[in-house]
Each structure stands twice: as structure tokens, then as C-alpha cells.
Design a protein. Structure first.
Length: 208
């Protein structure tokens, strides 16, 4: 493994609501079902149809710069979404990992608003800072995606700004166009405080 790759053997990251399992072709049937529960929230997010799920998963597994996970709902053991660590970046001039991004995240309609997203983020940030030892973790979203931006900000993640015409748009009808991208981050010194915020958000999300 080089610092431009992520560990080939991803861990299982377990929480009370969600278990992040290394993505495999075995997750395809449940992810295909999850993706079709309701697609209204996917306007800015590249979520494949059921028919395209096998190709989607195979593509993620073929990328050494990606550590993909299936988001498995603990309550019923079903894969209800996907997320990943990606874009590993080395320290300048050193053979050591400096930063990673969390992305390619989506959840089935029934898993949205249940606390699964908050717990998955806490697990991924914790793994990045506490096991991989990075100095920075990034999140990016379409600048127009107010729902995603609010969800990220609630977790205590720092908003850095908007980069104009920065990356590919996933909005239908905007193929081959660029989007403005909102950038968020947490650095290592902030992680203990942000971890507390995420824990509090999660506690609120699971209250009866």
C-alpha cells in the first residue's frame, strides 16, 4: 500500500444503529432494493438504479484509492446504503497519510433521519483520525444541496467555503457540466470536540 491508496482490507466498524461492512458483491441485492425505496432525495447524489447496482459495486471495488462500505442497519441486518473513504492525500514530502475524504454516501429512504447517517459519520471520522492517524477529513457536496449541507453542519463539521465550477454535477440534465461544491472539514485537533457533538446529535436522533 502507498499513501495514495487506502488499506486493501477494510475493517468492520460497528455501532448501535449501523454496521459499516467492507463492500462486496454480496451486498448487491439488498442495495438494489434499498436504492428503489424512494428516490426523491437523490437529486444531487449519484445513486444507481436497481439494474445498475451490480456495475456500481464492481466499480467501487476496482478502485485502490477508495475504501467502500455497505451501511448495514443493525435492527434488521439489511444493507441500506453505501459510503466510502476516498482521495487519500500524503503529507508533502513524506510517505505518510495526511488527509482523506468521506463521500459517495447514500441511504435508503427508510434509513434517512434515523440516526444512521450521524453514527456512520462518527465511525468513519473515528477510524480516520484514531486508526489511520490523518490530520484532516473532508466532506463535499453540491453547493445547492441544502439538505446535505444542513446535515453536515449539524455534526459540528467546519464549513470552509464554496469552490466554483469545481467538480462534476450529478443532477439529471446537467451531464458534462460542472457544479459549485461546498467544502467541509475537521482537523485532528478538533476531532475530540466534534466527536462529542456527533454523539449528542446521535443521542437526540434515537430518543423515543
Amino acid at each position: 500500500m502507498t499513501v495514495r491508496e487506502l488499506p486493501g482490507c477494510a475493517p468492520v466498524l460497528g455501532g448501535a444503529l449501523v454496521r459499516l461492512e467492507p463492500l462486496s458483491m454480496g451486498h448487491v441485492p439488498e442495495l438494489a432494493e434499498a436504492a428503489e425505496e424512494g428516490r426523491a432525495a437523490y437529486g444531487f447524489t449519484p445513486v444507481p438504479s436497481a439494474a445498475g447496482m451490480e456495475s456500481y459495486v464492481a466499480g467501487k471495488l476496482d478502485r485502490s484509492e477508495l475504501m467502500p462500505f455497505a451501511q448495514v442497519r443493525v435492527m434488521d441486518g439489511k444493507a441500506v446504503g453505501h459510503t466510502a473513504l476516498l482521495h487519500p492525500r500524503p503529507w508533502p514530502g513524506r510517505d505518510r497519510l495526511c488527509a482523506v475524504e468521506i463521500g459517495w454516501t447514500w441511504l435508503a429512504a427508510s434509513a434517512q433521519g434515523t440516526g444512521i447517517n450521524a453514527e456512520a459519520k462518527r465511525l468513519l471520522f473515528g477510524y480516520a483520525f484514531e486508526t489511520l492517524g490523518v490530520a484532516r477529513v473532508e466532506l463535499k457536496t453540491d453547493a445547492r444541496n441544502e439538505r446535505s449541507r444542513r446535515a453536515i453542519e449539524r455534526l459540528g463539521v467546519h464549513f470552509e467555503g464554496v469552490l466554483r465550477s469545481y467538480s462534476e454535477s450529478w443532477v439529471p440534465g446537467e451531464e458534462d457540466e460542472l457544479r459549485d461544491t461546498a467544502i467541509f472539514s475537521v482537523i485532528a485537533d478538533e476531532w475530540p470536540s466534534v466527536k462529542t457533538t456527533m454523539t449528542n446529535v446521535l443521542a437526540g436522533a434515537v430518543q423515543p
